[in-house]
Design a protein around this ligand. Structure first.
Ligand code: SAH
Length: 238
């Protein structure tokens, strides 16, 4: 595990990582594409970090699966890593014991919850069931929980999404992990997702408010977990 690549959707999620690892921005690495690259040598590792970049008209981060596929592909094809870490925020379920600020590591596989193709074979393909590294031995060391990460294109949740999550066991809800897992699987590169909970999707409180209120706390916890994975060499135990 010498070359580690963080794939991060939002600048706000990435900033503390950029600071901690002393990552340098490599301007224009991907031409006119929005993804942004950063790199550094740190603790004997070559660390790169890719963000999805920002829409120049609105100033908003490009979130979601399409931007995540682009970033993951650019990251892997320009500096192939030994491990991809998708670090980000996510929604959790109070009914499954999640609390705001909890950190989850991906468990078992990574799935989609809004790709409904009710034809035998295609149904499973739509859900993805993409591989992720076995993190069971390191999760407790950083006081992280383990959960199946599940991705879709919306911040809110529908009855149909919930039905899919019931089938797959998905409990850490975001908008990028499965897209990144798909690209990682094509290149046979191990992936681990580190997700901090900004909102609880089953408490009746509006998700956007929760997200904004808890973003700073969650990103601190997220970034602390990522520092420890590298600083305490936990990724070498995967
Ligand atoms: N209002 C935010 C928009 C963030 S959208 C802003 O100020 O820019 C949500 C982002 O956080 C996505 O990258 C997604 O991966 C993650 N996320 C956090 N909570 C989520 C949830 N409940 N459902 C889906 N994605 C969530």
């Amino acid at each position: 595990m010498k070359k580690i690549c963080f794939v991060v959707a939002m600048e706000g999620e990435a900033k503390p990582l950029i600071r901690h690892f002393g990552l340098r921005h490599i301007g224009g690495r991907f031409g006119q594409l929005p993804s942004q690259a950063y790199e550094a040598f740190y603790a004997g590792k070559e660390i790169t970090l890719i963000t999805n970049g920002v829409d120049s008209e609105t100033g908003l981060d490009y979130i979601g699966c399409e931007a995540a596929v682009l970033s993951a592909h650019l990251a892997i094809s320009s500096f192939p890593p030994d491990l991809i870490i998708n670090a980000g925020t996510a929604g959790g379920f109070a009914s499954k014991g999640a609390q705001i600020g909890d950190v989850y590591l991906s468990d078992r596989y990574v799935v989609f919850h809004d790709r409904r193709v009710a034809i035998p074979g295609w149904d499973k393909m739509g859900q993805g069931y993409l591989p992720c590294a076995d993190c069971r031995n390191i999760a407790s060391r950083i006081r992280a929980k383990l959960g199946v990460c599940t991705s879709g294109s919306s911040l809110d949740i529908t009855e149909e999404d919930l039905e899919q999550m019931k089938q797959t066991g998905g409990e850490v809800k975001d908008m990028e992990a499965a897209a990144i897992a798909w690209v990682a699987s094509l290149y046979h590169i191990p992936l681990l997702c580190v997700k901090a909970i900004t909102d609880l999707v089953d408490t009746g409180h509006p998700t956007p408010e929760q997200f904004n209120d808890n973003f700073l706390l969650a990103t601190q916890r997220l970034d602390d977990a990522c520092f420890r994975l590298i600083d305490e060499k936990l990724i070498d135990e995967l």
